[in-house]
Design a protein around this ligand. Structure first.
Ligand code: SAM
Ligand code: SF4
Length: 442
């Protein structure tokens, strides 16, 4: 039996893509192994969103440049799509380069390698059958990802995704719902709908439904207790999505709405297609919902031309919104992107200074936001047991980590839903005690 090792970098889309790759290989008789040493085939599923992420894979490949006898190396995902055959020049021991839209062709590509082909590529982006991978290997038995839309038709000035994942393609609602029902029947209780811009979703069938209606329908699938979705683009974020959440408790109290900057001037230079005011209108809809919806965002500091005044506007927006969590990044120049043509670049040191200020501010906001939960009873889905702390790891509907001590003897609570009273709050997690077990898994 041939053995393969796979390492995944980057976002949830990549994690889910790897699940599809693993499923495909296992169904072809391959066995997954936990380390490179024991593998015949070594795969890196890569991310190229920032330069640092891209460099990681080349550093990994470098480790095996001189010592790769008997192993086949493959680069998958965004770096594969972006760099294509140039990867063979940078790392001559690589035999396979395959972008995410071509994973269905993996079995044929591997056959080509087995029959003596030294270098093979799968780099087409115009594929219709991106979603229909026949076998997906999901490691988590309780939470599953479903891709509903691939690619991106926006052209944010800093972003490489439209080049690495190609144009937007929505999957039919029928096939999304069929997969959701199958997963629920297999015992999954939480589903995450995935896409670069999930809310640009439009069912390609004749009377195609939009994202809010899809969300409603997935939320009604019997057996599901939690439905999440990521990522939403503010431009396409309609009030109908907030209404859908408000109406159905299965749709989680959590929305990730990347703002990138608090300055309309910078947003325009970024080609984000909304102003600060338009973004804040969406935040108002979310805050006015009777559900306690937690908010998270992505921020970029040091985009070319970002002045101190622009940066201050970002800090003010953070005070106004009070996000529950953020992902924050220094602007990184990416190949092919429109921002490469801008001149007024910010020094690395200054980007670092702004990032530190922003992250410190957010830490204070999170401490305050989390402290508001003390005394609340929240339902958590138990994700596992933390041996080091002697606590169960739980996640609330708001996507907050809420840990609690062992109380139910030796029963394994993983995957069950437990009511937990919040006792303490830190900037990144909550701690509590279990109130009762809703449906413990024996
Ligand atoms: N489609 C999502 C949206 O429009 O918000 C974002 C997807 S992207 C994979 C995730 C995040 O990476 C972005 O929201 C942005 O904050 C960050 N990002 C993308 N390109 C970047 C760059 N060149 N430099 C720094 N951060 C970047
Ligand atoms: Fe990148 Fe913008 Fe598309 Fe998001 S919407 S993936 S940031 S181009």
């Amino acid at each position: 039996m041939k053995k393969f090792y796979i390492e995944t970098f980057g976002c949830q889309m990549n994690v889910h893509d790897s699940e599809k790759v693993i499923g495909t290989l296992v169904s072809r008789g391959y066995e997954q192994v936990p380390s490179v040493e024991g593998a015949d085939l070594v795969l890196y599923n890569t991310c190229s969103i920032r330069d640092k992420a891209e460099q990681k894979v080349f550093a990994r490949l470098q480790d095996f440049k001189r010592n790769h006898k008997g192993k086949t190396f493959g680069v998958l995902g965004c770096v594969a799509q972006q760099e294509g055959e140039r990867i063979f020049e940078k790392a001559p021991h690589v035999s396979l380069v395959c972008g995410s839209a071509s994973y269905n062709a993996l079995p044929q590509l591997l056959t080509q390698i087995e029959t003596g082909n030294r270098r093979v590529t799968g780099l087409s982006l115009d594929t219709e059958d991106t979603f229909e991978t026949p076998v997906t290997r999901r490691d988590n038995p309780h939470r599953a990802y479903i891709t509903i839309i691939e690619g991106c038709d926006k052209s944010c000035a800093y972003c490489v995704v439209p080049f690495t994942r190609g144009p937007e393609r929505s999957r039919t609602a029928e096939s999304v719902l069929a997969e959701a029902r199958e997963l629920a029947a297999a015992g999954y209780t939480e589903i995450q709908l995935l896409g670069q811009n999930v809310n640009s979703y439009r069912d390609p069938s004749p009377d195609g439904i939009g994202f809010a209606e899809l969300l409603r329908r997935v939320g009604q699938v019997e057996g599901l207790r939690r439905v999440r979705f990521t990522t939403s683009h503010p431009r396409d974020f309609g009030k109908d999505i907030v209404d859908a959440i408000t109406e159905n408790p299965v749709l989680c109290n959590f929305v990730h709405l990347p703002v990138q900057s608090g300055s309309s001037r910078v947003l325009s230079a970024m080609q984000r297609l909304y102003t600060r005011d338009e973004y804040m209108r969406r935040i108002d809809w979310l805050k006015n919902s009777p559900r306690n919806i937690a908010l998270s965002t992505d921020m970029i500091v040091g985009f070319p031309g970002e002045s101190e005044e622009d940066f201050q506007q970002t800090l003010e927006l953070m005070d106004e919104v009070e996000y529950d969590s953020i992902f924050s990044f220094k602007y990184s120049q990416r190949p092919n992107t429109p921002a490469l043509g801008l001149t007024d670049h910010i020094a690395e040191e200054e980007k670092g200074r702004r990032l530190t200020i922003l992250q410190e501010k957010q830490r204070g906001i999170q401490l305050r936001r989390n402290a508001d939960y003390i005394g609340n009873v929240e339902e958590v889905m138990v994700e596992g047991w933390n041996k080091a702390t002697g606590q169960w790891i739980g996640r609330t509907s708001q996507n907050k980590t809420l840990n609690f001590a062992r109380v139910e003897g030796e029963v394994d609570l993983t995957g069950s839903y437990v009511a937990v009273r919040v006792l303490r709050a830190g900037p990144n997690s909550l701690v509590g005690e279990s109130v009762r077990v809703a449906n413990a898994v024996q």
